[in-house]
Ligand binder design. Structure first.
Ligand SMILES: C[C@H](N)CC(=O)SCCNC(=O)CCNC(=O)[C@H](O)C(C)(C)COP(=O)(O)OP(=O)(O)OC[C@H]1O[C@@H](n2cnc3c(N)ncnc32)[C@H](O)[C@@H]1OP(=O)(O)O
Length: 122
C-alpha cells in the first residue's frame, strides 16, 4: 500500500492554549499536507479535499512534542481516494527536564490524532 511519513516538532509557534497546548486544527492542517503529498505520489496531482470524514483527538499535543504522521490510502474508487492520516507522539519533553534540551523517547508511541480525508484527483 502506498504511504508517506512526515515528522514534525511542535514549537511555541504552534501553541494556541495555555499550558503549551497546540490547537487541534494545527495538527489537522499538517495532516492534510501529508494527505496532499500522498495524492501527489499516487495521482501526480494534489487534487482537492472534498470531505473530512473522521477526526479523533485522542491525546493533547504540546510544544516540544515530535510527531510522526503516517498517511495511507484506505479506499480508492476511480479518481476518489479515502486517505487516513495517523499522528503518533514519538518524543516528548519530560515534565521536569534536567536540561532545556532534555527529551523522552517514547518506546510505545501513543496514537494522538486520526483524520480521514476524501480526495478527488483532477
Ligand atoms: C482549553 C481548550 N479548550 C483545550 C482544547 O481544545 S485542546 C485542543 C485539542 N484537543 C485535544 O488536544 C484533546 C486531546 N484529547 C484528550 O485530551 C483526551 O482524548 C480526552 C480528554 C478528550 C478524553 O480522554 P479520556 O477521557 O481519557 O478518554 P478515553 O476514555 O481514554 O477514550 C475516549 C474514547 O476514545 C477511544 N480511544 C482512546 N484512545 C484510542 C486509540 N488510541 N485508538 C482508538 N480509540 C481510542 C476510547 O476507546 C474511547 O472510546 P469510547 O468512548 O469508549 O467508544
Amino acid at each position: 500500500m502506498e504511504s508517506i511519513t512526515m515528522r514534525y516538532r511542535m514549537s511555541d509557534r504552534d501553541v494556541f492554549y495555555g499550558g503549551g497546548v497546540v490547537n487541534g486544527a494545527r495538527g489537522i492542517t499538517l495532516m492534510e499536507d501529508c494527505a496532499k503529498r500522498l495524492m501527489a505520489k499516487v495521482y501526480q496531482n494534489t487534487g482537492k479535499c472534498t470531505k473530512v470524514k473522521k477526526v479523533r483527538l485522542y491525546e493533547p499535543l504540546f510544544a516540544g512534542d515530535y510527531l510522526e504522521f503516517i498517511a495511507g490510502i484506505k479506499k480508492q474508487e476511480g479518481n476518489k481516494a479515502l486517505i487516513e492520516v495517523r499522528a503518533y507522539k514519538i518524543i516528548q519533553v519530560p515534565e521536569d527536564p534536567p536540561y532545556p534540551s532534555s527529551i523522552d523517547v517514547l518506546e510505545d508511541p501513543p496514537l494522538c490524532t486520526v483524520v480521514q480525508f476524501v480526495y478527488e484527483a483532477n
